[in-house]
Design a protein around this ligand. Structure first.
Ligand SMILES: Nc1ncnc2c1ncn2[C@@H]1O[C@H](COP(=O)(O)OP(=O)(O)O)[C@@H](O)[C@H]1O
Ligand SMILES: [Mg+2]
Length: 360
């Protein structure tokens, strides 16, 4: 029944461009695998088909600035050379320190953070989402921090929930004592327990609303970036399972830094690595046969600056083909020349060994 056949997933990220309802695109994976490169390029190709795009880095080790070779801050800034692509870098930890008048909130937060780790981060994440939501971008790409951090970010709604419960229980336990205490320490009414509770509640609303969106596969998808190595495969599987647990859609895997062209390679080291990579690439295809798997070549140089990003973006839209196509005359000639030189090498090695033996 050929007409009923389900099309095989395509080896590109075109599906993301075609899904016009998408509002949030998360890009995640282990450190150094190419998250920032991939989220930058995804935002560039999205800007070609969508009204406006914002790319946000939530990784404390920001490098959107390096990738685009332009300084970004926590305020969305137009990327040079674009009319509808904006970038910003947010650092959850810095946010609170930067508010000079919020000492009360700060000390309160550190108290609360001791009780519920991550609540301060959750609150500034909520603040950021609130801001971004009012800005009306068609699609928002997140360059997330390495895996553990990303998963924590997705747990924020329940973290805030816990924070709220803790506040309520404290309130019930101590009655007006907390309010009296804040007065005693000379903090104004705005830092009173009720005000804080209100603030927390308000953020919880935002984060719950966003969380509903995150769990809607029409609006949100998570792109897993990895490299063809054991640890990365393992980490990707963990990530995919966690995302499923959080009910967050994922159906794209980008395998970066792939070495192609085994036949065209002379180096034994590279040959061995290509073999190793192929083993893990095969496993990726086996494990994720319903995912779009995009393979990106390892380049001799870094992917820096808009031009390099744009050039590299071609591999996101058409599957990468090694320069030499198997079976062509050119390729056969190339293989023969490699085999010849390998034969020469082996022969001279043999000669050396024979001579060594004679001497001994
Ligand atoms: N396919 C590739 N070939 C060559 N260099 C790459 C490739 N992908 C990424 N890089 C470079 O590797 C470094 C790390 O990539 P980056 O995207 O910053 O990783 P992450 O954000 O996951 O830490 C950067 O200098 C980037 O330019
Ligand atoms: Mg990065």
């Amino acid at each position: 029944m050929a007409s009923e056949e389900v099309p095989l997933p395509e080896g590109t990220v075109r599906n993301i461009l075609e899904q016009e309802t998408l509002k949030w695109v998360f890009v995640g994976g282990k450190g150094g695998v190419g998250k920032t490169t991939c989220s930058s390029i995804l935002s560039i190709v999205l800007s070609q088909v969508r009204q406006s795009v914002l790319v946000i880095s939530t990784d404390p080790a920001h490098n959107l600035s390096d990738a685009f070779q332009q300084r970004f801050t926590k305020i969305p800034t137009l990327v040079n050379g674009f009319t509808n692509l904006y970038a910003m870098e947010v650092d959850p930890k810095v946010e609170n320190d930067e508010l000079p008048n919020d000492e009360g909130i700060d000390s309160f937060l550190s108290e609360l953070t001791n009780a519920i780790p991550g609540v301060d981060e959750a609150m500034s994440f909520a603040e950021m989402l609130k801001l971004v939501q009012t800005m009306d971008y068609s699609v928002i790409v997140f360059d997330t921090a390495p895996t553990g951090h990303t998963l924590r970010l997705l747990q924020f709604p329940s973290t805030l929930e816990k924070g709220l419960e803790k506040m309520m229980s404290l309130k019930n336990k101590f009655g007006g004592l907390l309010t009296q205490a804040t007065r005693l320490f000379g903090l104004g009414d705005e830092f009173s327990e009720d005000a804080m509770l209100g603030k927390l509640e308000g953020m919880k609303d935002v984060i719950e609303q966003v969380n509903r969106q995150f769990k809607d596969p029409d609006l949100t998808t998570f792109v897993c970036v990895c490299i063809p190595e054991f640890l990365s495969l393992y980490e990707t599987e963990r990530l995919v399972q966690e995302l499923a647990k959080f009910e967050i859609d994922a159906h794209n895997i980008i395998i970066n830094q792939v070495l192609f062209d085994e036949e065209a390679v002379d180096s034994k080291l590279l040959k061995a690595r290509i073999k190793m990579q192929q083993k893990y690439i095969d496993q990726f295809y086996m494990l994720y046969d319903d995912f779009h798997i995009t393979k990106l070549p390892l380049l001799p140089e870094e992917v820096c600056g808009v031009q390099a990003l744009k050039t590299f973006s071609q591999h996101f839209l058409t599957p990468y083909k090694p320069a030499l196509t198997r079976g062509t005359v050119k390729e056969l000639e190339h293989r023969i020349s490699i085999l010849k030189s390998q034969l020469n090498e082996a022969e001279s090695e043999l000669e050396r060994l024979k001579k060594g033996k004679q001497k001994a």
